[in-house]
Design a protein around this ligand. Sequence first.
Ligand code: LLP
Length: 425
Amino acid sequence: PASAARLAHGDLAVGGVPLTEIADRFGTPAYLLDETEVRARCRSYQRVFPSSTVLYAAKAFLCRAMAHWVEDEGLGLDVCSAGELELAFTSGFPPDRIVLHGNAKSPQDLEAALRFGVGRIVIDSPSEIARLAVAVPEGSRQKVMVRVAPGIAAGGHVKIRTGTEDQKFGLSLTDGSAHHAIARILDQPRLELVGLHCHLGSQITSVKPYVSAVRRMVGLMARVRELHGVVLPELDLGGGHGIAYRPGEPALDIAALAGRVRAELAGGCAAAGLPVPRLIIEPGRAVVGQAGVALYRVLAVKRTGEHTFVAVDGGMSDNPRPALYGVRYAPRLVGRRSSAPLVPVTVAGRHCEAGDVLAGGAELPADLHPGDLLAVPVAGAYHLSMASGYNLVGRPPVVAVADGHARLLVRRESLADFRSRDVGL
Ligand code: LLP
């Protein structure tokens, strides 16, 4: 049976569950999450980075089952809000394996992090140091890291590049603000600086920027020891590991990444006379992206001039990525087999704007008609986690598929949900 990651036209099932059955039982649009695929990706990270800490970046997608699978496979978790933290905690995730991020942490975020007892808080601004120091109860110490902007441009789109110095994340290496923050943290008895962090960006397909980052971060670690006599035991290189959205697209080679990063770290530390720090990585997309499938029902097929528009029952409210980053997907006709030739079509959503296109230039069988099911593979990361309430269509459910069974993880957002939040009349 087809796995979520390798779906083809005419496939009838995912994870051993017939797609028509899923559509009938849970309705469309629906998001399927292949548990076997998620667990396999976790295991391959653990295998390739055996003596490192692998944190799953919850922003890619989080629900309690997802947190549980990741925990069960031995990974930690990167969260960036009290909301993600709460969900992880109520799934039973051990808080000491959780790291809190954020360039603008709210008082609630910091309060929740301290109350749950997260393992690390990554400091991203000077003002956060004092806020955190007073929030930590007397007599205890919170482990923290400093997020550095290493001045490296990498990432699949300008909106998701976070390693340069002209964006909002991290403290600059060149203007002294990273040094200044480090010195201030070392002065705080309630904060324990355990390491440095950087996250270059997302959808990176080359190992080179990571190697450059190691070089710069080791340079900073050496400087910290020189200035303060402090040896930092951890180095977090963030996530950003790129995946292929369509067959033939490049993806980051995780084994090559591990090899090159380890070699650079060992060499750089030896040259600087530093012990090799524990490496931390934070993949999100590469863990869950290929495990997700968006399942839509075709509602209309329309030919206008040269274009064929295939309109489905979801759209930019469940997947804003094509509109935001111009990403291209490869939708598949599923649930029935067709021998019609493949023709170029535009798969559009149901929302009230022309930019609501899920897949331009998609190749689909010419006999496609209303009622057909379309599956969009590689839908696991940054779809539902960025889903909106646009047009009050309601966010789709999440259904886990594994070994021939389908199980509802997150229910569909209903009209009752909209009514219950609207308290003003
Ligand atoms: N660590 C930090 C501190 C991050 O900010 C992120 C992602 C990650 C790890 C995980 O990155 P990943 O391995 O998933 O690339 N909405 C965009 C992606 C934004 C990424 C934000 N930060 C998209 O749909 O492409």
